[in-house]
Design a protein around this ligand. Structure first.
Ligand code: UGA
Ligand code: MN
Length: 278
């Protein structure tokens, strides 16, 4: 066989092998999923973050960006991130004083700080997902999210009056949304119900979270100009729930001064226990 033909054949073989790898998912498996988690001080912060951290530890190729709604870094969050062993970034994204009200929504400042960090530091290919600290995640969700090319969408359990928020899918295409809260939104999606590729994020430099209760997701998604039909349904064509919008029951911070009024517990474990909790 002439050398030129052999070279051509080898070249074709290499090319087809490469495309098999790409289609076969190796490239997808290696794509980083950037998880953005806003968090703030409250009695249930430790259990919520511990549960999330231990779920994330079960997944591979994750980068966990934890943003504190605070002016100072806290030991609690630092310890959890360190113990996790998960690559990540610990940032601050305090809510501005004039946005601390009932109509501005929660976590927007944190998410915007994380988006800023990603635009400066992340390298594509990758996918961004907003994972609040109190939701419940099935570890299978992250490999689903990894498949995202533009914007992917999927069901979120325990949301609103229908008990679930989900895209409506027919013949593998998203044709609308099923969510009891309409609120004048174009995309009826929960914060936990979509993911965006880094490529799309980098191409839309202004995409950010608005300080508007109930409108954060919709306004963010509108900035990408992606039609409903272009959205990629995940989780077996949106028939499986891999994330739930759970909420931890409110609790109170204990007061050591009230517990040990007469100093009766000062020589016991309780003193250190309360120090550790607070
Ligand atoms: C719903 C939505 O699912 C959130 O994505 C949205 O941010 C929020 O409403 C809102 O806009 O108010 P919900 O479960 O009601 O979520 O809210 P939280 O879980 O209390 O807060 C959402 C995230 O923001 C959490 O990760 C939480 O730790 C964080 N957060 C909350 C702050 O960073 N600062 C706060 O003052 C409160
Ligand atoms: Mn929540």
């Amino acid at each position: 066989m002439p050398a030129a033909c052999l070279a051509l054949l080898t070249c074709c073989a290499v090319m087809s092998f490469k495309s098999i790898i790409l289609q076969g998912g190796k490239e997808v498996a290696e794509r980083m999923v950037y998880i953005i988690t806003p968090t703030y001080r409250r009695p249930t912060q430790a259990p919520d973050l511990t549960r999330l951290m231990q779920t994330l530890r079960l997944a591979t190729n994750l980068f966990w960006i934890v943003v504190e709604d605070s002016r100072n870094y806290t030991k609690l969050v630092d310890n959890i991130l360190r113990r996790s062993g998960i690559p990540g970034a610990h940032l601050l994204g305090p809510t501005p004083a004039n946005k601390k009200n009932k109509t501005s929504g929660r976590g927007a400042a944190c998410r915007n700080r994380a988006l800023e960090w990603i635009r400066e530091n992340a390298t594509s290919p990758g996918v961004v997902y907003f994972a609040d600290d109190d939701n419940t995640y099935d570890v299978r969700l992250f490999d689903e999210i990894r498949k995202t090319r533009g914007i992917s969408v999927f069901p979120v359990g325990v949301v609103g009056l229908y008990g679930v928020s989900s895209p409506v899918v027919r013949n593998g295409k998203v044709i609308g949304f099923h969510d009891s809260y309409k609120g004048g939104r174009r995309y009826l999606l929960d914060m936990a119900g979509f993911a965006v590729s880094l490529e799309l994020l980098f191409a839309n430099k202004d995409a950010a979270m608005a300080f508007k209760l109930g409108k954060q997701e919709d306004e963010f998604l509108r900035s990408f100009n992606v039609s409903i039909e272009q959205m990629e349904p995940l989780c077996s064509n949106c028939t499986q729930v891999y994330v739930w919008h759970t909420q931890t029951v409110r609790s109170v911070f204990p007061k050591w001064s009230a517990i040990s009024k007469k100093g009766q517990y000062n020589d016991t474990n309780l003193q250190q226990l309360y120090r550790n909790i607070l």
